[in-house]
Design a protein around this ligand. Structure first.
Ligand code: PEP
Ligand code: MG
Length: 324
């Protein structure tokens, strides 16, 4: 692939035979926004709201949050911005909200925390919706969903916040509400979840960690964390099938989407949105533009029966090398 990929920013994200894929970005800081726009990002698939929370020494107020979210929404408008509700716990700790647990990855994380603290959740979604006034490009996404009940409870809260804002005189539409699929139990309920969510997005970092029982932040076991493990590929396929059967758009916002080989396989599976760090966007776009859909399908069919993650990795790497 060419070394200087700047020319790609304005070219469409499509395969050589015209199969379109949405290439979106993951953001957290305003600096990510600038880089993303320069690289021609078509939307934000994951805005990690915990980033501004991590940079402070106390919870930001609703008004402070509104200002931060407004900047993100405005910078990308009219392109969609997917704001994830607070995903703390696990590897993301707020100094001013300590969580002491022996097993944080299996503990109080993501939606579990905010459903137990509806005041945090409501303040956050109110700030997001207020920030979207006049822009209409907000999507709200829930992290760490492990069952239907959490989606139902969270939707009630979002609807309540929306109704309150309308009562207060804000003229805003109810934003699409989606979920992350990153807990194995959600894979097995993907069909039902997809029927009740407006979109679904795979968090392949956590999903891989939980499927393989390998701590994503523990270097001792990094050698057995395989994002192209056959079990992960099978889960990714089941999610897309279930999502599309329900008529719901399916994206992915884990690191796998930003890996050119991973992106080819995901595109072949039919993923509608690949959301990645802006740094990876040009590389991924170049790889997609260099293949046809049938060629990527063929690569996918070649690796799916393989039992060894290393064999899959080598096959994909060799394929990319041959492509140039
Ligand atoms: C993921 O788990 O894949 C993901 C995108 O979320 P995070 O990395 O923020 O946990
Ligand atoms: Mg995650």
């Amino acid at each position: 692939l060419a070394k200087n990929l700047d020319y790609l920013a304005t070219l469409p994200a499509e395969t050589a035979d015209g199969h379109r894929v949405r290439l979106w970005v993951n953001t957290g800081l305003m600096a990510d926004v600038v880089r993303s726009l320069e690289r021609g990002a078509e939307g934000v698939g994951l805005y990690r709201t915990e980033v501004p929370f991590l940079l402070r020494d106390r919870f930001p107020s609703e008004e402070e949050q509104r200002e931060i979210y407004r900047e993100q929404l405005e910078a990308f408008a009219p392109r969609p911005v997917t704001m994830r509700t607070l995903d703390i716990g696990g590897d993301k700790a707020l100094a001013y909200f300590p969580i002491e647990e022996t097993n944080p990855f299996l503990g109080w994380r993501g939606i579990r925390v905010t459903l137990d603290h509806p005041e945090i959740f409501l303040g956050q979604v109110r700030a997001m919706m207020k920030a979207s006034l006049g822009l209409d490009n907000l999507r709200i996404m829930l992290p760490m969903i492990s069952g239907i009940g959490e989606l139902v409870s969270a939707r009630k809260l979002v609807e309540r916040a929306h109704a309150e804002l309308v009562d207060e005189g804000f003229d805003i539409a109810m934003p699409p509400l989606g979920i992350m699929i990153e807990v194995p139990s959600a894979v097995y309920q993907a069909r039902e979840l997809a029927e009740q969510a407006d979109f679904i997005s795979v968090g392949s970092n956590d999903l891989t960690q939980y499927l393989l029982a390998v701590d994503r932040s523990n270097s001792r076991v990094a050698g057995i964390y395989h994002s192209l493990h056959p079990a992960v590929l099978r889960a990714l396929q089941e999610i897309i099938t279930a999502g599309h059967e329900a008529g719901t758009k399916v994206g992915i916002c884990g690191e796998l989407a930003g890996d050119p080989g991973g992106a080819l396989l995901l595109m072949a599976m039919g993923y509608d949105v690949l959301s990645m760090n802006a740094t990876n966007l040009p590389r991924v776009k170049a790889a997609l533009r260099a293949v046809t859909k049938p060629e990527a399908d063929e690569l996918l069919q070649r690796v799916l029966p393989m039992h060894s993650p290393q064999e899959i990795e080598h096959t994909v790497r060799d394929y990319l090398t041959e492509m140039g």
